[in-house]
Ligand binder design. Structure first.
Ligand code: SF4
Length: 591
């Protein structure tokens, strides 16, 4: 039987693009015996293999779960369109990368939810796994479906599909969920306890939210009138989980090395979690609050160990704002010294000039030139003040100049549009800012630099001081984008504008409530897949899903009253609503 399955798989693999996505068996893959382990965990990433394998959280959970003796954790990624077609034509189910097991053979299914535009891919994996999509239709004979990751800061739009969500960092919570499931598994599988009883036990674990244990009532204007637990034992407020000490947290040393190129094909090591800054638009700050720092010795030990087990030639230091690491220069210097003989490059994500002025130039020449990225976000001081993104402009340009001196030819600048109180002059300033950055290079070799300007639309996200603000409407954003395109004359500046229709849908899904589950289901039914990919995103499909569900999408984009109960108010991130309100009122006062 298994032989027949593999023969069929081989036949399928010959017909699809990039078969390496589906074969598994990578270097350092976990080798657990599926049939001999007690608890089977399907770890799913709702996008292609190349993206999922670049996700640090997925690698961490894979390691933690497979380190538990009686747990076997296997991976599932979204099949690409060609693979999906073949699976559906053959009425075959999606199988795990490791043992080629079907989704329904697992006890627990965990999804990493990194971006809202991946929601229809979640439904696709469930459907291709033969699972009823709604939690209410899955009894004890089906695995429990768990969601985690950045998007669960507002899980409500997905409430119909998931049994539980883990709010915040899952490293410790997942082991507690496994322990509890182990205790109840036999009785649950034998239908001696029902799913609701099991969920009531699970929500005793801090950070676990089971949406079916709560009900929401709306008033005549469509706002939330009441959110309350339906059963005894379900907490009114769900506290976000976070680990206390980053030096004690699990880091996978047996880093999986794929056979095909993935998006981040390198070792990624988190050097800090959380951010000391307070940019008012930033949801990641609430997601990863509070700030925790990994010690230099630990970082050096971990990178050495992972390097030995993989042979990767690049180490990327990860964190929300790595240039705020307390001794970033000391750390970089030691890493460069440690790896210089081995020709291993050290790379950094987006940089902040404040901390990198001064001594940085000597070091900068020695780190890998993977592109120099800065995120000023706004080009005028007035708007940066509104965003609370403060930095010193002369320092900023000094660092860019240093980068040119050290050999960088191109830089990338991230900006946002749709910022409250934005005016035409603020848009003009973006191009002027980029031009100054480009012209600065003439001082070094008489030639301007190529500057890539990436422009996103501001989405006022939950758990930020901007959560009460309206999202700027689609027509205004399109006008602003066209204005920038028309004004761009200099061929050394390249403009990349984020698709405004995608931002529109992302904004609704991130700010929405329970009434969006049917919309997501309808969009999926109409063929929505890979919505985070511009070439696959179809705006009309979403609009008709809203229309057929009787939902006005604009409802979710308007401003919110300070008195309103917001769909995510039952989640406690550690930054209280009052602190957000004070910052919001400063924005209103400053504008
Ligand atoms: S935008 Fe960056 S620097 Fe600002 S709070 Fe968020 S992570 Fe920190």
């Amino acid at each position: 039987m298994l032989f027949a399955f593999y023969a069929m798989l081989e036949d399928i693999l010959l017909q699809v693009n990039k078969p390496g996505r589906y074969i598994g068996q990578e270097w350092n893959v976990a080798k657990k015996d599926f049939s001999l382990t007690n608890i089977k965990f399907a770890l799913c990433f709702p996008d292609l293999y190349e993206l999922g394998m670049s996700n640090l959280g997925l690698r961490v959970l894979y390691g933690i779960l497979n380190n538990i003796e009686d747990v076997c954790c296997e991976r599932f990624f979204s099949p690409d369109i060609d693979m999906e077609e073949i699976l559906r034509q053959n009425q075959s189910e999606i199988v795990s990368l490791e043992s080629k097991k079907r989704l329904r053979e697992f006890d627990l299914i965990g999804f990493s939810l990194s971006y809202e535009l991946g929601y229809t891919n979640v439904l696709n994996i469930l459907e291709l796994g033969g699972m009823p999509l709604k939690s209410s239709l899955r009894d004890h004979s089906y695995p429990l479906v768990i969601g985690g990751g950045p998007c669960v800061l507002n899980p409500e739009p997905l409430h119909e599909f998931f049994d539980i969500f883990v709010i915040g960092e899952a490293e410790e919570a997942i082991a507690q969920i496994i322990d509890l499931y182990r205790e109840f598994k036999d009785r649950f599988k034998a239908a001696q306890i029902n799913k609701q009883d099991l969920l009531v036990e699970l929500v005793k674990i801090e950070g676990v939210y089971a949406p079916s244990l709560y009900e929401v009532k709306y008033n005549s204007s469509g706002k939330i009138a009441e959110f309350k637990a339906k059963v005894k034992g379900a907490p009114e407020q769900i506290k976000k989980r976070f680990v206390q000490d980053l030096d004690q947290v699990y880091v996978p040393l047996d880093w999986l090395v794929p056979y095909i190129a993935i998006v981040h094909d390198r070792i990624t090591l988190e050097i800090m979690r959380g951010c000391p800054n307070t940019c008012r638009f930033c949801q990641a700050r609430s997601q990863y609050f509070p700030l925790r720092i990994r010690g230099i010795k630990n970082i050096l030990d971990l990178t050495t160990n992972i390097y030995r087990r993989t042979g990767y030639e690049e180490i990327s230091l990860a964190g929300l704002s790595v240039s705020d690491y307390p001794d970033i220069l000391g750390l970089l210097g030691q890493l460069v010294d440690l790896f210089k003989e081995k020709a291993v490059g050290i790379s950094l994500p987006s940089l902040k000039p404040k901390t990198l002025a001064g001594d940085f130039s000597a070091l900068i020449a020695r780190i890998k030139k993977t592109g120099f990225t800065f995120a000023p976000e706004a080009a005028t001081e007035r708007l940066r003040k509104i965003l609370n993104k403060n930095f010193d402009l002369p320092d900023f340009f000094k660092v860019i100049e240093q980068a040119y001196r050290c050999g960088w030819q191109h830089i990338k600048l991230y900006f946002m549009i749709g910022i409250p109180y934005e005016e035409k002059k603020d848009l003009d300033a973006i191009l002027d800012f980029a031009l100054s950055a480009s012209e600065l290079k003439r001082k070094i070799n008489k030639r301007p630099a190529q500057v890539n300007i990436s422009i996103n639309t501001l989405i006022p996200k939950p758990h930020t001081p901007f959560q009460w603000l309206a999202m700027q409407d689609l027509e205004t954003i399109k006008l602003k984008q066209n204005y920038l395109k028309k004004r761009l004359k200099n061929r050394n500046l390249k403009l990349s504008l984020h698709n405004p229709y995608m931002s529109f849908i992302e904004s609704i899904l991130s700010r929405g409530d329970r009434r969006l589950s049917p919309v997501i289901l309808k969009a999926f039914g109409k063929g929505a897949r890979f919505d985070a990919w511009e070439n696959r995103f179809n705006f009309d499909r979403w609009l008709s899903a809203f229309a057929e569900s009787g939902i006005n999408p604009d409802f979710y984009l308007t401003d919110r009253s300070l008195k309103e109960y917001l769909p995510w108010d039952f989640l406690d991130t550690g930054i209280n609503k009052e602190a957000l309100r004070i910052e919001y009122e400063k924005v209103i006062a400053e504008g």
